[in-house]
Design a protein around this ligand. Structure first.
Ligand SMILES: [Zn+2]
Length: 81
């Protein structure tokens, strides 16, 4: 085995490691979501209270996110917060 072979093997191993690490991160996130769903936890949009399918965002869409942000901003301007 020469240096080139060794370099190739090392590169392959490194790539495999990186891929398996990403896979395990995705798996952990998926299991977390799964366990929340099994507990019957339903997240609601923080703006319109619509049930959310996933756990990625706190809002059902970008409009709600922007609206909630505006409401927060105006509350702050009015000294309510
Ligand atoms: Zn919403």
């Amino acid at each position: 085995m020469d240096d080139l072979d060794r370099a190739q093997i090392l590169e392959e191993r490194t790539r495999e490691l990186a891929i398996s690490k990403v896979k395990s991160l995705i798996e952990t996130e998926r299991e977390h979501t799964q366990s929340l769903m099994e507990k019957g936890v339903t997240l609601l949009c923080k703006c319109c209270d619509e049930p959310l399918d996933g756990f990625i965002s706190h809002y059902c869409d970008a409009d709600c996110r922007d609206l909630a942000h505006e409401i927060r901003e105006s509350e702050r301007r009015n000294g309510l917060n």
